[in-house]
Ligand binder design. Structure first.
Ligand code: ATP
Ligand code: MG
Length: 484
C-alpha cells in the first residue's frame, strides 16, 4: 500500500495522469527532501565548503528590495526549496537589482535536475538541447530554471569542437562549478530570497560596485568556448554602463573572427537582444570599435560607410532606443527592415539600370538582400515577410493621385510603412514635405483628403484588347502604336 502510494507520487509523470502531478509547492511541502526515488543522481549536493568558498553578502550591504522580485521568481524558489532543493535567483536579475535596475526577467539556478523541476511545477516544460532548462509558467511570466552546470571537461553529455567551442553542455555540478561556468563576475551572484543573502564566488559584488565587467577565468579560453561572450561583453557594458575590464577587452579584437562559426540562429538572438536593449546606438558604436560588426552584419559595414546610410541606420536605432526606454515595444521586423534598407536601395538601383521595371526591380532587390543576409543572420521567415511588406509599400507613398493613397491607408501595415517613410525623410533620402503630406492626409477628413490629391499624371491603364492572333507572315504594322 505504502509502496503503491509512493509510486503514485514519485513516478515520472509520463506514466501518470495529469491530475496526479505534484501540483505546487503547497503539495510539495510534505515531501521528503528528495522526491525522486529511482533516477540516478546527476547533481552534486552542495557541501558546507561550497558555501564557505563564497563571500556571503547580507541585506545590510546589498540592500536588495524584496518587493522588486516578481511573484513567479519568488514562488519558484519557494517551491524548489520546499521540495528540499537549493534554489537561487541568479544572473542578470541579481546584477540588475544591485545596479538599482528593474530586472526584465528572472532566472533561477538549482540542484534539482530538469526532470525534478518539471515534476514539481505543474505548468512547466523542459526546453533546449545545448542547455536543457525548464520554463516554469505563472500567467504571463516565464521563469527559466537551470540546473547547476558542471565542467564540460567532466565526462557526460557535453560536446566541444576542435576550436574549443562548446556545442552541447548538459553536465550537472555544484553551485561552485556553476559559478565558474558563468561569463562575467557580475553575472555569477546567487541570491536566496528566503534569507536575503547573496553568495558571491568571484568578487562580482565588488566589480559591480566598481562599475567593471570582468570575465571569469582566462578570457581567451572563455571566448573560444563561446564566441558570443564577446558580443555579450559589448552589449552588457553598453546597457549597464559598466567598463569592460582591460584583460577582458584585450583578446576581443583578435578573436572576433570566431563569430563566423557561431550558428546564425544564436547570432540572430543575440543581435536582437542588442538592438532591443534600449542602448542600440552605444552597442553598435562599440561593436564597430571592436571590429565585431564585420562578421555580423556584413551589409551594415557598407551601409555605415555611406553618409546617407549611416544617418538612416542611426536614426532608426535612436528611434528604437527611445521607444524601448519609454516602455513601448519595438518591432524586430521594422528594425531589420531599416538596417538593410540602404542595401535594398542599392540593389534596386542596379536592377533598374538593367532595365527592369521599378516594381519588379524592387522585389528582386528585396529577395536578393534577404537571401544574402539570411546566411549570416538567420532572420526568421516571420520577420522577413513583414520586412518585405514595409519595403514593398515604399513606392506607393510617392503616388499621391487618384484612389491610390486611400488604398494605401487601409493596408494592414500602413503604420509601419508610414513610420519607415518618415525615417527616410528625416535622413534626407526623401523631401520632408512627402512625410508631412502623409501625416496630414491620414488625419484629415474626406473632403480635405480629396482636395489634397495631386493631379493624376500617371499613364492611364489601358484596357486589354482582344488581339487577333498574329498569323505567321502577317505584318504587325496594323497593331496600334501605343501597345508597342
Ligand atoms: P540580460 O539582462 O540581457 O538578460 P543576462 O546576463 O541575464 O542579461 P541571459 O542571456 O538572460 O543574460 O543569461 C542569464 C545568465 O546566464 C547570465 O547572467 C550568465 O550568468 C549566464 N550566461 C548567459 N550566457 C552565457 C554565456 N554565453 N556564457 C556563460 N554564461 C552565460
Ligand atoms: Mg536575463
Amino acid at each position: 500500500m505504502i509502496r503503491k502510494l509512493l509510486d503514485k507520487i514519485f513516478k515520472p509523470k509520463s506514466s501518470q495522469g495529469e491530475a496526479s502531478r505534484i501540483e505546487s509547492h503547497k503539495s510539495t511541502q510534505h515531501q521528503p527532501s528528495r522526491p525522486v526515488l529511482s533516477t540516478k543522481r546527476t547533481t552534486k549536493k552542495n557541501t558546507r565548503s561550497d558555501r564557505d568558498s563564497a563571500q556571503v553578502i547580507t541585506l545590510n550591504t546589498h540592500k536588495i528590495d524584496l518587493k522588486l522580485l516578481s511573484s513567479g521568481a519568488f514562488k519558484t524558489v519557494e517551491g524548489l526549496q520546499k521540495a528540499g532543493f537549493e534554489a537561487y535567483i541568479v544572473g542578470g536579475a541579481v546584477r540588475d537589482l544591485l545596479l538599482n535596475r528593474i530586472p526584465k526577467d528572472f532566472d533561477i539556478a538549482t540542484d534539482a535536475t530538469p526532470e525534478e523541476v518539471n515534476r514539481i511545477f505543474r505548468r512547466s516544460r523542459i526546453i533546449g538541447r545545448r542547455f536543457r532548462l525548464v520554463h516554469v509558467l505563472f500567467g504571463d511570466e516565464t521563469i527559466e530554471v537551470s540546473t547547476f552546470r558542471g565542467s564540460h571537461l567532466d565526462s557526460g553529455d557535453s560536446k566541444v569542437t576542435d576550436s574549443g567551442r562548446i556545442i552541447r553542455d548538459n553536465v550537472f555540478g555544484s553551485i561552485v562549478d556553476d559559478a565558474i561556468r558563468r561569463d562575467f563576475t557580475a553575472n555569477a551572484l546567487y541570491y536566496d530570497p528566503s534569507n536575503q543573502e547573496v553568495l558571491d564566488f568571484h568578487n562580482g559584488f565588488a566589480d559591480i560596485r566598481a562599475g567593471v565587467l570582468r570575465m571569469i577565468g582566462k578570457p581567451e579560453t572563455r571566448y573560444a568556448e563561446d564566441p558570443v561572450r564577446m558580443l555579450r561583453a559589448v552589449r552588457l557594458s553598453a546597457k549597464l554602463g559598466l567598463q569592460i575590464d582591460a584583460g577582458t577587452m584585450a583578446p576581443i579584437a583578435k578573436m572576433a573572427d570566431l563569430l563566423q562559426d557561431v550558428p546564425p540562429s544564436r547570432l540572430f538572438d543575440e543581435m536582437l537582444k542588442l538592438f532591443l536593449s534600449g542602448h542600440a546606438i552605444e552597442s553598435v558604436s562599440a561593436l564597430r570599435e571592436q571590429h565585431l560588426h564585420h562578421g555580423l552584419l556584413p551589409m551594415l559595414d557598407v551601409v555605415l560607410e555611406q553618409p546617407m546610410g549611416e544617418r538612416f541606420v542611426m536614426l532608426a536605432l535612436k528611434n528604437t532606443d527611445d521607444r524601448i526606454l519609454s516602455g513601448k515595444s519595438a518591432n524586430p521586423s521594422f528594425l531589420f527592415a531599416t538596417l538593410l534598407w540602404h542595401e535594398v536601395l542599392a540593389a534596386w538601383e542596379s536592377y533598374k539600370t538593367e532595365n527592369h521595371p521599378p516594381i519588379p526591380a524592387l522585389h528582386m532587390a528585396m529577395s536578393e538582400v534577404i537571401a544574402t543576409q539570411a546566411e549570416k543572420l538567420a532572420i526568421h521567415n516571420r520577420y522577413t515577410a513583414t520586412m518585405k511588406e514595409i519595403w514593398g509599400m515604399q513606392p506607393r507613398f510617392e503616388q499621391r493621385a487618384g484612389k491610390r493613397p486611400f488604398g494605401l491607408l487601409t493596408h494592414p501595415r500602413y503604420r509601419a510603412g508610414y513610420d519607415f517613410l518618415l525615417l527616410r525623410c528625416e535622413s534626407g533620402e526623401l523631401p520632408m514635405e512627402l512625410g508631412e503630406w502623409w501625416t496630414t492626409f491620414a488625419e484629415a477628413d474626406s473632403e480635405i483628403r480629396t482636395a489634397m490629391l495631386q493631379a493624376d499624371t500617371a499613364p492611364k491603364k489601358r484596357k486589354k484588347r482582344n488581339r487577333k492572333k498574329a498569323t505567321p507572315g502577317a505584318s504587325n504594322n496594323s497593331e496600334p502604336s501605343a501597345t508597342q
